[in-house]
Design a protein around this ligand. Structure first.
Ligand SMILES: [Co+2]
Length: 417
């Protein structure tokens, strides 16, 4: 056996029978098998098998040497992590090719419900839930990851001087791209709210809106993402001056309190009391005047059903007698609003926030064009902006939580809030 350089005249086509006898005549003396090797590039190397008969070489076969090395290299480049773009436009299926999305923050149930974490029966229920395509947690986790990535960019990008329309388009275009919007299967969860200052909720710019964000504004960004009808409803507040930092801190703390108190069999009225206590322990100093932060008494968090943003249960932000209990498997949007005003909102301004009424006659909802007509038909409900008194400031933080059989999952939790 001889291992030599690959005969040159067959470099082009190793599968063809060739006669190389004339070239290396002196080296080929006996009939038999000959091996020759040669490199055709950095990553591959061939071993050729020849049969020598009557001083002529007949090509038998070629083996690629170093195959494993080449494959490894390929694998490595495939594994190279795809990264999100700026602005965010890379769909999550490219970032998570195995379709396993990050779990939210896990909180154990408190007090009497602590046993759920280790209960065999409850753990069995979890496994069943994960296997059921209708209730699997992957849908809500995918929606939550879209929310985190879209807002990460939005929180850096939103600056005074931008129009409210620009801000909303930035968020909704990002959401559509990342969730890979597809008919009723997944998309934007509800119209994006960008309420300013004394307006706490439900303001979104209509066509022709010319409002521009100012550096002294307090902006609430409330947007939703849904996957298979599982809606993530989460909101944050931005300020560009330090005056209202304490207000934001109060609301963030109050929302976290609501999340901490929430649980299976917990009464909705008790959660309201805990939220209020936290919220009203804060003060804000505005122009030398100290104001106690108030929890807005007529706004509330809410349960979320599949394809239905308001699922029927309300979590008020103040103490109340509601004995309704939270239940296993439910989704809730825990949102709180703090105000330096009266702590009560009224409807004001143009109607710009619409939601489809669940179970309304099925009509294809095409945005804005015929909305007034649809409202009259009872298909969509109009939500006018909700504002506290002029001159006051309001802030909001909101998370979507899932009451799993064993633990509570704060699905929209991120490093930002
Ligand atoms: Co909400």
């Amino acid at each position: 056996m001889v291992v030599g350089a690959k005969p040159q005249n067959i470099a082009e086509d190793v599968r063809r029978d060739s006669d190389i006898g004339n070239e290396d005549e002196d080296d080929i003396e006996e009939n038999g098998l000959v091996e020759s090797g040669g490199a055709t590039g950095e990553s591959s190397c061939f071993l050729y098998m020849w049969y020598i008969q009557d001083r002529k070489a007949h090509f038998l076969s070629a083996y690629r040497l170093g195959d494993s090395r080449k494959k490894k290299k390929k694998k490595k480049s495939k594994k190279k992590k795809v990264e999100q773009s700026e602005p965010p436009r890379v769909g999550l299926s490219k970032l998570f090719p195995d379709a396993i999305f990050p779990e939210g923050e896990i909180q154990k149930y408190k007090n009497d419900n602590h046993w759920r974490t280790t209960s065999e029966e409850k753990n069995y229920n979890e496994r069943l839930a994960m296997e059921d395509p209708e209730i699997t947690y992957q849908s809500i986790r995918r929606a939550a990851e879209v929310h985190r990535q879209v807002r990460k960019y939005a929180r850096q990008y939103i600056k005074p001087g931008m129009s409210m329309t620009e801000i909303v388009e930035n968020i909704e275009n990002g959401t559509r791209a990342l969730v890979e919007e597809n008919g009723l299967a997944c998309g934007v969860g509800f119209p994006t709210g960008v309420s300013l200052n004394n307006c706490a909720a439900h303001y979104t710019p209509n066509a022709g809106d010319t409002v521009v964000l100012q550096k002294e504004d307090v902006l609430k960004v409330d947007f939703g993402v849904h996957v298979n009808g599982r809606i993530v409803d989460s909101a944050f507040t931005l300020t560009f001056e330090p005056t209202y930092n304490k207000l934001l801190e109060a609301v963030k703390d109050a929302t976290d309190t609501g999340i901490r108190e929430a649980g299976i069999d917990v009464r909705l009225g008790e959660i309201g009391a805990a939220i209020q206590e936290t919220m009203e322990s804060y003060e804000v100093e505005v122009g030398g005047v100290v104001k106690q932060v108030k929890a807005i008494e007529n706004l509330s968090g809410h349960s979320i059903n599949r394809y239905q943003i308001h699922g029927g249960k309300s979590v008020l932000l103040v103490k109340n007698d509601d004995q309704t209990k939270m239940e296993e498997g439910e989704y809730f949007a825990i949102e709180t609003f703090g105000s330096t005003g009266r702590g009560r909102v009224v409807e004001s301004g143009d109607c710009s926030h619409y939601a489809k009424i669940y179970d309304a006659p099925r009509v294809q909802l095409r945005f804005t064009l015929q909305l007034h007509h649809l409202v009259a038909q009872g298909v969509v409900q109009d939500y006018p902006p909700l504002c506290d008194q002029k001159g006051s400031m309001t802030a909001q933080f909101e998370h979507t939580i899932l009451l799993r059989p064993t633990v509570k999952e704060v699905v929209s939790r991120g490093i930002d809030y």
